[in-house]
Write a protein that binds this ligand. Structure first.
Ligand code: PMP
Length: 440
């Protein structure tokens, strides 16, 4: 057995082996998956724009007018008029001074973190941030302080301990977390950043099209437009295309143009992808009711799942995790659901922490209420067929977590603040805290 065969066999044994499934046709509510018709309940085509006729036409027209490829990096010959047009529209939509397109959200995150933080700087990162943020942190060579999921007290404690040196501080967070559908405490994060002189970077990949006025995202929903230093968004999810953008002030954008390696060393987005995103953005601005349809689809699915006995809360977030825990069991549940006509991919480590494997359900504005009710029913049957209890599969986020991926975990002992410290009227006694931590 070669070393690679052995590693693959090990992945299989651990329930972590992955294979690519084949989808025929566009990312609509129903697809042929490996030749079998199923309801698609795990696509990020949230607003149904990836397969919208106007978006398809725009991409096709752009291919005829500008060609398919951008030919070079943005800094060589790759910045075309259509890139500039989308950047201007996105900046205006997001109320930002400037905007810069990147090849993908992954590239935008690693490029931006790598540009804004380096040796001697500190990045504060939520423990459940997306892998592209984790990789950006690792590549940056900055010191990375991982704070507990959504825990602004832990963030504050970490800022007090590690902030205030000569280096720069960057706080980075997803706004809507991709695998749990929960939302970062952005107001508190921005306040803490102001207090500690740190920059804030927010990844809105799953919030665009879902939250905020006309789907402008969680930053807008929280009333923080203009208050967050760097906002990243993707074009490959609600905006139905491919690519990503960074919104910031002119100074940061010029800095990214000069230092973000994925921008400098990678070919620019192809014109059809840019034109598709432009058309999707226009559609979203003209007809924001799509956002309401997505929210209503989420409400319907959540309600139907609750009726089946899943402990899913009412709400409007389109991402609904059904926590299974064990990796093999999550795969078996995915298979049972497929046999009942529902495709919800099993999500396992390293995408989620070990022991929190799950089906991650995602609704689309194009799902009908009947489809979603049928899906909840099929998922209930699938769970019961495996002898599992739906009541144990709630969106407990980090409650069942045993550890975070090794690549992104903090060794910091953490002592919650006293009420006095929280109010800021008692000085934080580092000596005292460290000796208690050592004794613990
Ligand atoms: N950020 C988050 C929160 C994501 O979920 C993803 C992709 N799933 C990305 C960034 C990467 O975006 P892209 O797919 O455009 O590379």
């Amino acid at each position: 057995m070669s070393e690679i065969e052995e590693r693959l066999a090990e992945l299989e044994r651990l329930g972590l082996y992955r294979r690519l499934r084949l989808v025929s046709g566009p990312q609509g509510p129903r697809v042929l998956l490996d030749g079998k018709p199923v309801l698609l309940l795990c696509s990020n085509n949230y607003l149904g724009l990836a397969d919208h006729p106007r978006v398809r036409e725009a991409a096709a027209d752009a291919a005829m007018r500008w060609g398919v490829g951008a030919g070079a990096s943005r800094l060589v010959s790759g910045t075309m008029t259509i890139h500039r047009r989308l950047e201007e529209r996105l900046a205006a939509w997001k109320g930002s001074e400037a905007c810069l397109l990147f090849g993908s959200g992954y590239l935008a995150n690693i490029g931006t973190i790598g540009a804004l933080a380096g040796r001697g700087d500190t990045v504060f990162s939520d423990e459940l941030n997306h892998a592209s943020i984790v990789d950006g942190c690792r590549l940056s060579r900055a010191e990375v302080i991982v704070y507990r999921h959504l825990d602004s007290e832990h963030l504050e404690w970490s800022l007090r301990r590690h902030g205030g040196g000569d280096g720069r501080q960057l706080i980075v967070t997803d706004s809507v977390f991709s695998m749990d559908g929960d939302v970062a405490p952005l107001v508190e994060i921005v306040d803490l950043a102001k207090e500690h002189g740190a920059r804030v970077m927010v990844d809105e990949a799953h919030a665009i099209g879902a939250l905020g006025p006309s789907g402008r995202g969680a930053v807008a929903e929280a009333g923080l437009e203009g208050e967050v230093d760097v906002v990243v968004g993707t074009l490959g999810k609600a905006l139905g295309s491919y690519g990503a953008y960074v919104c910031a002030d002119e100074e940061i954008i010029s800095y990214l143009v000069n230092t973000a390696r994925p921008l400098i060393f990678s070919t620019a987005l192809g014109p059809p992808a840019v034109a598709g995103a432009l058309a999707a953005l226009e559609l979203l601005q003209e007809r924001p009711h799509r956002v309401e349809r997505l929210r209503s689809a989420a409400r319907t699915l959540r309600k139907a799942l609750a009726t089946e006995g899943f402990p899913v809360e009412d709400g409007e977030m389109q991402i609904v995790p059904l926590l299974v825990g064990d990796e093999h069991a999550a795969m078996r549940l995915c298979k049972e659901a497929l046999e009942r006509g529902v495709f919800a991919q099993a999500i396992r480590p390293p995408t989620v922490p070990a022991g929190t494997s799950r089906l991650r359900l995602a609704t689309m504005a194009s799902h009908t209420a009947e489809e979603l009710k049928m899906a909840a029913c099929a998922l209930g049957e699938a769970v019961r067929a495996l002898g599992l209890d739906p009541a144990t599969m709630g969106p407990s986020v980090s409650a069942n977590r045993t550890h975070v991926g090794d690549e992104h975990k903090t060794e910091e002992p953490y002592l919650p603040m006293t009420a006095g410290e929280r109010r800021g009227d008692a000085p934080f006694d580092l000596e005292r805290e460290s000796s208690i931590a050592r004794a613990a």
